[in-house]
Design a protein around this ligand. Structure first.
Ligand code: TPP
Ligand code: NAG
Ligand code: NAG
Ligand code: NAG
Ligand code: NAG
Ligand code: NAG
Ligand code: MG
Length: 785
């Protein structure tokens, strides 16, 4: 083994030199890849190879301090080297990735080699303790993985009762340009000390090669150091010369000790260079000619350091050469074995396996006969807690007290509103031992003041009561946390949290649905394609409140069209399977529920499913208090389930052959349509049917309804403008349902650039105009689509 010297301990004594050992593998690895695959992109680490022993040193030191699980996030540069020599993934599986002929043996479309994650449990040689290392899969989008790593770390700490971060920790590796440039770095730092988000200290390592692709630091940032962003949390920052391995190891030990002692973030700035271009195909002399003339003259750090040790007589040249050729041989052997009949398993690249969850392989179990309903006693108990203050002598605000009395009045009639429907879902899952975590801006009270999950004593400062945690003696914990004012960081965090365990309902609520675009990278890069790229389930729930209430262009639409456009179900294909199989095959579930009971059912179904899928729920504003948008306890009784579609149950349904028009719609606009139909006394002529689950599309139920009302015209009605909302998603699927026999007419607002007008009277005019069309039985006669 090759030796590194430690001539001073953390206290600064340099009395005697201590030698500690590890193989020179990491230096040789990049050479090996370069030799075998000279024209492949691998984002080599040359110029900063010292990163590998640096990480090992931090991990060894942390393991000695009691850490047994390390969760890491890193960009492209040096990733394969980290996988091979820090995580210690099997080399032949890494080399397999270079073989273009190999098809992955799992479902999913896969990802490029320098994005995949990995999970490995092994013995730490230095400390002889078990340690679990995971490197999270990530997209190209630099730094996007930072909050995801933090969320997953937090979740592991939470489920293990590691309240001080003494067992589980995170390490984040960054590039200098990305660390300075990407705002999510700042957002992640700001989560680092918040009670519900802290991971009790992260070690950050910046591979500071003083270049970002082709861009020099002087035009890439305004701060002197790339690491200055860490100063916002007063983190110590060590700038160290990466060509001086002893200094680097020293700094790494200090950083690990700092983290173990103070449980706060710490940053190491590894000042290095990038020997080649941005990737192996790239010519750096085009843009940095003088710098690269200098770099060419730099001796490889391994050479430099080994020459010094040989000169000092610490090792012999022979020792050194033996060491290098030993590792080369290991690589060669793995290379050979990767060639003969190896199969590429993306499954081997899972960063968060759930071994107890996926016991049976293959097809998911049927959900038929599985009810998401609840026993009357459970409903009564939850609603009683939801409408009272479970702490004696608590001074509650009179306004909140009025809200709780309002809930109690509803409950007397076995009725529930939106907030109570949510209570039923959370409360009943907690009873079954499912942890529920709701995070987002102002979620505790609720943006629209309907939720009130945290009550504040009006006389004693900081005395709070969370009734949801007083439901049952042996319930799972409920976490509700107002987040920092960030979407990108916080949604990424919750996504990471949801990766840790399938037995938890993790929800992120946007203040308003349209703010989700600040988190778009997490949605586009992780949530929508996550399972396809990384064969990983995730059951995160997004609550996106919005509504066309005449309040202007913002907050009127959470842009369902964007989510629907990314849904992968085929518009032209009538599926063979529904319910569970259809859900199993989709990339996410998109719903716009119109009743509190259905909202409760869909949240419960999320956990009762035998797999996990992201769930996007468009949640209402005005329906929170709408007197018609209520459900009876009967709608949640035992035996009931989530309704993907709610058929018309009025006079139209009694005589379907006489019905002239069927209006399909979703969500809140239903109540406006129902009111107008009543006013115009058209209840026999027009049926109104609600799609509650938009995607995957309930082809089967829509077909049954279309056939039931065989003589009727079909209409899709939405409040959103024509180029928005559900129209473009729904229309081709309707045509598949009716086999192109009938048109599906559009009723709604005209196309527009902004989601809604800022003029209240224009808003009302638009509403009146499309309501008139919806109920004018001659509207489409003689018209073309
Ligand atoms: C969010 C984002 N924007 C742009 C890119 C394109 N890109 C890939 S690597 C790179 C340069 C990164 O420089 P640095 O962070 O210093 O890392 P290095 O490659 O030098 O290790 C850029 C701009 C990206 N991957 N992600
Ligand atoms: C490490 O884990 C293995 C398997 O879980 C266990 O058998 C072994 O005793 C553990 N070793 C130590 C040193 O804790
Ligand atoms: C659901 O879709 C309808 C139909 O356009 C719309 O009125 C409503 O705002 C959407 N969201 C909710 C939460 O109902
Ligand atoms: C709003 O629109 C109405 C007509 O729809 C118009 O008369 C009125 O002037 C507009 N108000 C503003 C403030 O633009
Ligand atoms: C989220 O909301 C915004 C609307 O403001 C939209 O632009 C964005 O595309 C939405 N959807 C996704 C999938 O990010
Ligand atoms: C009003 C307020 O700040 N409420 C809470 C926000 O969230 C934290 C937990 O993350 C609570 O401790 C606060 O009481
Ligand atoms: Mg760089």
């Amino acid at each position: 083994a090759f030796h590194f010297r430690d001539c001073s301990d953390a206290a600064g004594n340099s009395a005697g030199c201590m030698y500690f050992t590890f193989p020179s593998a990491f230096f040789v690895f990049e050479d090996f890849l370069a030799r075998k695959w000279s024209s492949e992109k691998r984002f080599g680490l040359e110029g900063c190879e010292v990163l590998i022993p640096a990480l090992k040193t931090m991990i060894d030191k942390s393991s000695a301090a009691g850490i047994d699980s390390v969760i890491m996030g890193m960009p492209h540069r040096g990733r394969l080297n980290v996988l091979a020599n820090v995580i210690r993934k099997d080399l032949d599986q890494i080399f397999c990735q270079f073989d273009p002929k190999l098809e992955p043996a799992d479902e999913g479309s896969g990802d490029v080699k320098y994005h995949l994650g990995m999970y490995h449990e092994r013995i730490n040689r230095e400390t002889d303790k078990n340690i679990t290392l995971s490197l999270m899969a990530n997209p190209s989008h630099l730094e996007a993985v930072d909050p995801v790593v933090q969320g997953k770390t937090k979740a592991e700490q939470f489920y293990r009762g590691d309240t001080q971060g003494k067992k589980v920790m995170s390490i984040l590796i960054h590039g200098d340009a990305a660390f300075a440039g990407q705002g999510v770095v700042y957002e992640t730092f700001h989560l680092s000390e918040l009670p519900s988000y802290t991971t009790h200290g992260t070690i950050h390592v910046v591979v500071n090669n003083q270049i970002g692709f082709t861009t020099d630091p002087r035009v890439a940032r305004s701060s002197p150091y790339p690491t200055d962003v860490a100063r916002v949390v007063n983190a110590p920052i060590f700038h160290v010369n990466a060509d001086d391995p002893e200094a680097v190891m020293y700094v790494c030990r200090v950083a690990a000790e700092w983290r173990a002692t103070f449980n706060k973030d710490v940053v190491i700035d590894l000042v290095c260079y990038r020997r080649f271009g941005h990737n192996e195909m790239d010519e750096p002399m085009f843009t940095q000619p003088l710098m690269y003339k200098q770099i060419c003259r730099q001796e490889q750090v391994l050479k430099k350091y080994s020459n010094r040790l040989i000169a000092e007589g610490v090792v012999t040249l022979q020792d050194f050469e033996e060491e290098v050729s030993k590792y080369d041989k290991i690589c060669e052997e793995a290379y050979t074995s990767s060639k003969d009949g190896k199969i590429l398993h993306i499954r081997h690249w899972l960063d968060s396996p759930w071994p107890d969850f996926f016991t049976a392989e293959g097809e998911p179990k049927s959900m038929s006969g599985v009810s998401t309903g609840l026993h009357e006693e459970v409903l009564q108990h939850i609603s009683q807690i939801a409408s009272s203050v479970p702490l004696e002598g608590f001074h509650i605000h009179p306004g909140v007290s009025r809200i709780l009395r309002g809930r109690a009045d509803l409950v007397k009639n076995r009725q529930m509103d939106w907030a109570l429907g949510e209570y039923m879902a959370f409360g009943s899952l907690l009873k079954d031992g499912i942890h529920v975590r709701l995070s987002g801006q102002d979620v505790e009270r609720g943006t629209f003041s309907h939720r009130h999950h945290v009550l504040h004593d009006q006389e004693l400062d900081k005395l709070i009561c969370v009734p949801m945690n007083h439901l049952w003696a042996d319930q799972a914990p409920y976490t509700v946390c107002n987040s920092s004012l960030s979407e990108y960081g916080v949604l990424g965090f919750e996504l990471g949290f949801a990766m840790a365990s399938p037995n938890a309902l993790i929800l992120w609520e946007a203040q308003f649905g349209d703010f989700n675009n600040t988190a778009q990278c997490i949605i586009d890069q992780f949530i929508s394609p996550g399972q396809a790229k990384w064969v990983r389930n995730n059951g995160i729930v997004l609550l996106l409140p919005h509504g066309m209430e005449g309040m202007g262009p913002e907050h009127s639409s959470a842009r369902p069209e964007r989510f629907l456009q990314m849904s992968k179900d085929d518009p032209d294909h009538f599926p063979v399977y529904f319910e569970v199989q259809q859900l199993y095959e989709c990339n996410w579930i998109v719903v716009n529920c119109s009743t509190p009971a259905n909202y409760c059912h869909v949240l419960r179904r999320q956990i009762l499913l035998p797999f996990r899928k992201p769930l996007i729920i468009f949640t209402p504003k005005s329906l929170l208090r709408h007197p018609d948008a209520r459900s009876s306890f009967d709608d949640l009784a035992e035996g009931t389930t989530f309704k993907r579609l709610i058929p018309d149950e009025g006079p139209a349904s009694q005589n379907p052959a006489q019905v002239k028009r069927v209006i399909f719609c979703t969500g809140k606009v239903y109540y406006e349509l129902a009111r107008e139909r009543k006013r115009q006394k058209l209840e026999r002529d027009i049926a109104i049917i609600r799609l509650e689950q938009i995607s995957p599309f309930p082809f089967d139920l829509v077909r049954a309804e279309a056939e039931r009302y065989g003589n009727a015209e079909l209409v899709w009605c939405q409040e959103e403008h024509k180029n928005m909302g559900y129209c473009d998603y729904v229309r081709p699927r309707f045509l598949t349902v009716v086999a192109n026999q009938k048109p599906i007419w559009y009723v709604g607002r005209d196309p527009a650039a902004a989601p809604a007008t800022g003029n209240k009277s224009t808003h009302l005019n638009e509403l009146k105009r499309f309501m008139d069309t919806a109920f004018n039985l001659n509207a489409f006669q003689g018209k073309d689509l």
